[in-house]
Design a protein around this ligand. Structure first.
Ligand code: FAD
Ligand code: SIN
Length: 529
């Protein structure tokens, strides 16, 4: 049994920035289920939105853009916190060594994306996330107080439930004592005890068939908290990125950054006609929910498999300097973006809902914090503004750190935790049962709970999900745990939460578009207790 002051699950921007700070105060263990850098963070393209040029831009404008994108559901206090504290947090990453592009005058070259009224996106070419992830990992490797364990899969958080106490959704003061983990190399389950635990497990794109997310994004943290009877919020708001590269057979999908539209790229149908002005006066630079819905509508109306992004009119040298990876990727599949239009389709990209947290990153479970994409802080409301998520992760990892260092020394390790109970479980009879069920789940979610929903579609999804939920729980009861089975179980959990939240929201708002509710109603947040 290992014991640490601070246990962090996840090695993306949220987990790593938090680790570097709490490590000044106590022992730190980071566990991550794949290699150290595999995360959504690594693939971030566009950059980090932050007010940087105070002559052109202002906090007021960034706040207004975030609230506007969020379609009336953002928590205004949280928006102000993130926008105003954001630039300091970006500066910290720069101080740790991250390089953002500058122009010839030596000032940061600020990009623009959908929903932003100003240029305010700091970026490192078109692979900002990779630059940030590598910078943070370098700092982590130098820190004597931090242990980083790769290929360690968190199965469940440990609470009073594991001491034999009945825990229900009404139980007050549920406490987190650590986690049960599976070392996927040795195939042994271990117990890690902690005074403070941070969930930084990222998103859940793989609940859908097409996603921009790497394979780690299976909603594990959210499912763990839900099983532990913690609060989850706003799960109906799954953001589809409008422009994933349409390249049948490629899984996950390759992203074509929204920054290209900020750079002048224009969306067109395959007859090379522009269409976005029919949907929003900001045309190709409208917020994501609007653009993704417009593309979906055009594809359905015309019977097309994709739409296109036209960059042929843009300056070749500047384009390649800013977007070298996208240029190369397109060339590798025979598309010269200076001569050809780029085929694109919407793909599941970002989960706006998640583990409900307060303004210090605290979940509803004592001593358990969450930040980054797995958390729901109230910043994004019904639709996230582009490039606000890296910013949110940094601001809340800092706030969680400030709170955790005040309390951790007063917490004792729980002494009576039993080891993981594998009694009565056997090796899986057929691995293929897990694979097939995962595909079934993705098909249900993509067919019935995608960009456009209806009450009938949601009902169908709910009924079909119930069956695979029961089958998977039965399989879980009798099978030795594996990452594949745990991820399937977690994805089904997340699918259930998305469907239920969508059913509870009797209106079309932001990313939750339901054809049975054409008009907006005034309804609050959806918390599933
Ligand atoms: P992640 O970076 O996803 O890290 C999650 C970590 O948790 C991983 O290390 C994972 O292995 C680990 N983990 C998960 N489950 C377990 C488990 N059970 N046990 C152990 N470890 C586990 N946002 C922006 O602001 N700007 C952008 O330009 C941008 N571009 C994007 C481009 C792409 C292609 C994608 C996919 C996302 C983009 N986003 C962007 C969103 C942004 O990258 C993510 O929201 C953000 O990086 C999430 O950071 P995180 O630390 O919360 O999670
Ligand atoms: C992109 O570069 O288009 C993604 C930005 C984001 O998800 O915030």
């Amino acid at each position: 049994m290992k014991k640490f002051d601070f246990l962090i699950i996840g090695s993306g921007i949220a987990g790593l920035t938090y680790a570097l700070k709490v490590a000044q105060h106590g022992s730190v263990c980071i566990i991550t289920k794949a290699s150290e850098d595999e995360s959504n963070t690594k693939y971030a393209q566009g950059g980090v939105a932050a007010v940087w040029d105070f002559e052109e831009d202002s906090y007021r404008k960034h706040i207004a853009d975030t609230l506007d994108a969020g379609a009336g559901l953002c928590d205004k206090k949280i928006v102000e916190i993130v926008v105003k504290e954001g630039p300091q947090r970006v500066q910290e990453v720069i101080d740790w060594g991250a390089r953002f592009d500058m122009n010839a005058e030596g000032v940061y070259d600020l990009g623009r994306e959908g929903g932003h009224s100003e240029h305010r996106v700091l970026h490192h070419k078109d692979n900002t996330g990779f630059e940030i992830e590598q910078t943070l990992l370098q700092q982590i490797s130098k820190h004597p107080n931090i242990e980083l364990h790769t290929h360690y899969f968190a199965i469940d958080i440990i609470t009073q439930h594991h001491l034999g106490v009945e825990v229900t959704r009404r139980t007050k003061n549920i406490e987190c004592y650590g986690v049960y983990v599976l070392n996927t190399r040795t195939k042994k389950t271990e117990t890690i005890l902690s005074k403070i635990t941070l969930l930084a497990t990222g998103g859940a794109g793989h609940v859908y068939r097409n996603t921009t997310n790497p394979i780690i994004a299976t909603g594990d943290g959210i499912a763990m908290v839900y099983r532990a009877k913690g609060k989850i919020e706003n799960m109906e708001f799954y953001q589809f990125h409008p422009t994933a590269l349409y390249n049948p057979g490629e899984y996950p999908s390759f992203l074509i950054t929204e920054a290209i539209r900020g750079f002048g790229g224009i969306l067109k149908t395959n007859d090379e006609k522009e269409f976005m002005h029919k949907y929003d006066k900001r045309a190709s630079l409208a917020p994501r929910d609007i653009v993704a819905r417009a593309i979906d509508n055009e594809m359905k109306k015309r019977g097309d498999e994709c739409v296109f992004l036209d960059c042929r009119h843009l300056d070749k040298k500047k384009f390649i300097a800013h977007f070298p990876n996208i240029y190369e990727k397109c060339l590798s599949i025979g598309i010269d973006v200076m001569k050809d239009i780029i085929p694109v389709v919407p793909a599941a990209h970002y989960l706006c809902g998640g583990i409900k947290t307060d303004d210090r990153g605290r979940s509803s479970i004592k001593n358990l914090y969450a930040c980054g994409e797995c958390a729901c802080t109230g910043l994004h409301g019904a639709n996230r503004l582009a490039s606000n998520s890296l910013l949110e992760a940094m601001v809340f990892s800092h706030r969680a750190y400030l709170d955790a260092i005040k309390v951790f020394s007063k917490i004792d390790f729980q002494k009576k935790i039993p080891a993981w109970n594998a009694e009565g479980t056997f090796n899986p009879e057929e691995m293929v049962l897990i694979t097939f069920t995962r595909i079934e789940l993705q098909n249900i979610m993509s067919s019935y709970v995608g960009i456009v929903r209806s009450n009938l579609r949601l009902k169908r999804a709910f009924e079909r999900l119930e069956l695979i939920y029961r089958e998977t729980e039965e399989l879980y009861e009798r099978t030795i745990v594996s990452p594949e089975l745990c991820e399937l179980r977690n994805l089904i959990n997340v699918g259930y939460l998305i469907i239920r939240s969508s059913m509870m929201r009797k209106e079309s708002r932001g990313l939750n578009f339901n054809t049975d509710y054409p008009k907006k109603l005034k309804v609050g947040k959806n918390t599933i207790l």
